[in-house]
Design a protein around this ligand. Structure first.
Ligand SMILES: *Cc1c(COP(=O)(O)O)cnc(C)c1O
Length: 386
């Protein structure tokens, strides 16, 4: 081989950001010069822009996606004795917002094809104590949010969309974050609209809900030093908002690049005969969904996932497991009751899922390298078996 095989990172944020560096520096400089580090004009502008982008009337900035979820539940007055339906196959923050308020998470299983929560299982899990449903649009693809909202509406239960991984995604052409009572977004640097630190936003079609979210995000204080409710301090700062406004202008291009990369993985993996019951499964796209590919999640059945990951790592190819331990098996949730038999797909996904490198500036050559290394693994395995 003429060249040493190159390493392929799971993610390269610097490479994605580099083309916009001058714009970033200019925007940050004007925030420095303005002295308005909180509540600067960029924050209100970003709120307007995210609202328009998500096709909702209102958006409220906050300090993180985790706070967006917590504030949403606080604004609904959720507390002890209340049940909130949520998938177990998700990031911790989808669940900790519930337990922090003393409420009880009711875990429901996912669909094996999309990794997203199953609406019929949500319906079956509703009780007279259900106060909210938190569907998660995992990996950048909407859950079946039309059906979920229908099931919720029958019982008048609010839906809080965890769209942390799914800004720009849609279902039946309607944006993530515009379906439920409240949509929650994260601007954590690895998300599709990633800042240079923490940040989050809540979207809602209801002005009174937006007002309440803002109240809770500002210590419940209104007017100054008069506290109506016990809120928290959760703000999106002006530096983040300035960066995010620039990135929002480039988000459509970034999503298009991710879609191309996902399509190319699909093609390369199947051309190399790597898709099959004894090898791996490529992600399923729901025909009603517009997927924004925050993650490219394959399945490796047959107990080979960790070996494949080790092989990728030895060959300098980054990968990750989102998520290795479902929430119902976390140490901190050991006291929660759940029906383990009802979470078989969740547990299987945790054993089989493997996330491959995907970011807008990932090159075709790098993708070919990822697929070559996977092909090597299965070729070696076939030899052992023969
Ligand atoms: C990232 C993420 C969050 C939390 O967002 P932060 O901004 O990191 O607090 C919540 N839910 C899901 C599904 C996420 O991926």
């Amino acid at each position: 081989m003429a060249n040493a095989p190159e390493n392929v990172p799971l993610l390269n944020i610097n490479r994605d950001n580099r083309p916009h560096r001058e714009e970033f520096i200019e925007a940050l400089t004007s925030v420095v010069d303005s002295g308005r580090f909180l509540f600067g004009p960029d924050v209100a502008e970003l709120e307007r822009e995210v609202a328009a982008y998500s096709q909702v009337e209102n958006a409220v900035g906050c300090a993180s996606g985790s706070d967006a979820l917590l504030l949403s539940l606080m604004s609904l007055g959720i507390g002890p004795g209340d049940e909130v339906i949520v998938p177990s196959f998700t990031f911790f923050a989808s669940v900790s917002c519930i337990t922090r308020l003393g409420a009880t998470p009711v875990f429901v299983d996912i669909r094996p094809d999309t990794f997203n929560v199953d609406p019929e299982k949500i319906k079956a899990a509703i009780t007279e104590n259900t106060r909210a449903i938190i569907p998660v649009h995992l990996f950048g693809q909407c859950a079946e949010i039309d059906r979920i909202c229908q099931v919720a509406a029958e019982r008048d239960i609010p839906v809080i969309e965890d769209a942390a991984q799914a800004i720009g995604a849609a279902y039946h052409s309607r944006p993530a974050g515009s379906w439920g009572s409240i949509g929650c977004f994260s601007f954590y640097p690895t998300k599709n609209l990633g800042g240079m630190g923490d940040g989050g936003m809540m979207t809602t079609g209801n002005a009174a809900t937006a007002d309440r979210l803002r109240l809770f995000a500002g210590h419940g204080m209104r007017p100054r030093y008069y506290h109506q409710v016990v809120g928290i301090n959760s703000r999106l700062d002006t530096f983040q908002a300035a960066i995010l406004r620039i990135k929002l202008r480039h988000l459509a291009d970034a999503i298009e690049a991710r879609n191309k990369i996902a399509a190319r993985y699909g093609r390369l993996l199947s051309e190399n005969n790597l898709v099959g019951e004894d090898k791996l499964a490529v992600p399923t796209v729901d025909p009603n969904a517009f997927h924004v590919w925050n993650q490219y999640a394959i399945r490796v059945p047959g107990g080979h996932r960790d070996e494949l990951r080790a092989h990728l790592s030895e060959c300098g190819v980054g990968s990750e497991i989102y998520y290795p331990v479902p929430m119902h098996q976390q140490e901190c949730f050991a006291d929660l009751e759940f029906d383990r038999d009802a979470l078989v797909e969740t547990e299987r996904a945790s054993r089989e899922v493997l996330n491959l490198p995907i970011f807008p500036t990932l090159s075709e050559r790098e993708q070919c390298r990822v697929v070559d290394v996977i092909a090597q693994f299965f070729a070696a395995g076939a030899k052992v078996a023969a």
